[in-house]
Design a protein around this ligand. Structure first.
Ligand code: PLP
Length: 516
């Protein structure tokens, strides 16, 4: 910029005889904004300074993860209330804001990034992906439309291509990255509805096991189906959908004369409750015969396809019409990355087709894709880079090794739990989840089911109170059971030993309190 200064030259005798005007040009880079005039445009020094400060905080934070409590759940209400505020008119120093985030907001809650998080479904949050997001957000190219960023869109398309190859889909397959498994399941239901049902679709019925993730029920509801159109089929003793019961349901729907139209069958490749894997090949055959869309919810389990054990358990996955995968689970990515794969990209295009005059020309070849034409989203964040960067940097092998380690750790702790007399394994691991519970003590001490459930809740509470691991429980039939889900890339043998030790001690504590 050019700064104009007026300089009055005063002669030594003190009499102003003339004035000159000089133009002073500040030697800044051309195009460089003046931070005083445009504070939102940061100077190079500020950008570097901010990044360095945050890098320092993050590296220190990540190094401290193993020593942090696995969860710190007290004080949430007070903390949240203390953070309520109105929109500020004036700014505050950057440092103070980052400190607020790290020192006050972050520490309370579940330590989802830490090695002791064995609850729900962990993931971890690869640092590489955080950096990829930094790049994606900073360059801020537009990836909703192919033409706006053909190179970056191709990097994202490569990721989908790798996933499709992993599951064994044909070359005309496609898909997209979503914000998570829930949106992927929703998109699958909508695509199937558009492909298989008439415009008046209310007779369409959906089939899944009673262990299916609740996002499938939500998806059906949001896609316009009455809740009673979802048939929840009972499971066998390993929590897999019972084929005989499924066939009975379909046959009854076909013959009852209600006009019900079976159109959507869901298989689970790893349920959230116990990691149960349905017989996918058998389900694929049922779907073919009944002309139903076959969707596999592999949000939790899908990336075990990278391992030999996973592949042997997922036979039939390649026959699905659509598959949900959650990279923020089995690829250890930060939250906000799910994906839906479809056997034919055209099905997604047909399901989302609309036009608008102000839109640029869109691709209709199978070679290139405008992501806005295959999803409800138009503008979106560039999710591709956060998957692409770690996969390119380490290759699939590093992920395969990490996932194999999770399967090994789960098998290991299952065998150890089996040796604890008071416990029983309620759900054997099929992937990296095991569910266990205190058994009824017998010996004349007959607990009712509710009393036993109460003791198992107490056991869970005592394990978590030691703060080295964080486990969650679930309900299997009328039993309350405790789950261990090993999926974080930061969880290794040392933490599993700690888990076992805390479980043993907690069992002794609960037994000691037994009123006998
Ligand atoms: C986690 C999960 C979902 C939901 O995925 P989000 O990414 O949380 O939306 C769906 N199905 C299964 C089996 C899951 O484990």
């Amino acid at each position: 910029m050019i700064r104009v200064t007026y300089t009055a030259l005063i002669p030594p005798e003190g009499r102003a005889t003339f004035c000159t005007m000089t133009l002073e040009t500040r030697r800044t880079d051309p195009g460089q904004a003046d931070p005083d005039l445009h504070p939102l445009e940061l100077s190079p020094e500020s950008m570097r300074h901010m990044v360095e400060a945050v890098t320092e905080q993050i590296v220190t934070y990540i190094q401290s993860l193993p020593d942090q409590p696995a969860a710190r759940v007290e004080g949430g209400v007070e903390l949240a209330r203390s953070l309520v505020e109105d929109l500020p008119e004036e700014g505050a120093p950057f440092r103070s804001l980052i400190d607020l985030v790290f020192e006050r907001a972050v520490p309370t809650g579940f330590n989802t990034a830490g090695p002791g998080y064995l609850a729900y479904i962990p993931g971890g949050g690869l640092f590489h992906s955080a950096l990829a997001d930094f790049i994606a957000d900073a360059v801020n190219r537009y990836v909703g439309v192919w033409m706006a960023a053909p190179g970056l869109v191709q990097l994202e398309a490569n990721v989908i291509r790798w996933f499709n190859q992993m599951v064994g889909f044909p070359p005309e397959a496609g898909g997209l990255l979503t914000s998570g498994g829930s949106l992927a399941n929703f998109t699958a239901v909508v695509a199937a509805r558009r492909e298989r049902l008439p415009a008046d679709f209310l007779a369409g019925t959906l089939y899944a096991s009673d262990q299916v993730h609740h996002s499938v029920l939500k998806a059906a509801m949001l896609a316009g189906f009455p809740p009673e159109n979802v048939r929840q089929v009972p499971v066998d003793d390993q929590f897999r959908i019972r084929l005989d019961a499924l066939e009975d349901h379909i046959a009854a729907d076909r013959t009852r004369g209600t006009g019900a139209q079976p159109f959507f069958l869901v298989g689970s490749a790893g349920t959230t409750n116990t990691g149960a894997v349905d017989d996918l090949a058998a389900l694929a055959s049922v779907a073919e015969r009944e002309r139903m869309w076959f969707h596999v919810d592999a949000a939790y389990g899908g990336f075990f396809m990278l391992t030999e054990r996973g592949r042997s358990r997922f036979v039939g996955l390649e026959r699905a019409d659509s598959i949900t995968l959650d990279p923020h689970k089995g690829l250890f990515l930060p939250y906000g990355t799910g994906s839906l794969l479809v056997r034919s990209l055209e099905t997604l295009r047909r399901a989302h087709r609309v036009t608008a005059d102000y839109m640029p020309a869109l691709q209709d070849s199978n070679e290139f894709v405008d992501y806005c034409t295959v999803s409800p989203e138009l503008s979106r964040d560039f999710r591709g880079l956060r998957v692409w960067l770690p996969l390119k940097m380490h290759g699939a092998a590093a992920f395969r090794t990490a996932l194999d380690e999770k399967l090994d750790l789960t098998e290991w702790i299952t065998e150890e739990l089996r040796t604890i007399e008071e416990l029983e394994i309620v759900a054997e691991p099929q992937l990296s989840i095991v569910a266990f519970a205190l058994r009824s003590p017998g010996k004349g001490l007959n607990h009712g089911p509710e009393e036993l459930n109460q003791r198992n809740r107490e056991l869970l509470h005592r394990i978590n109170a030691k703060q080295r691991v964080y486990l969650t429980g679930t309900q299997l039939g009328d039993r309350f059971v405790i789950r261990i889900c090993v999926l974080s890339f930061r969880t290794h043998q040392d933490r599993m030993l700690a888990a076992l030790d805390d479980i043993r001690r907690s069992v002794r504590e609960v037994i000691a309190r037994q009123p006998d």
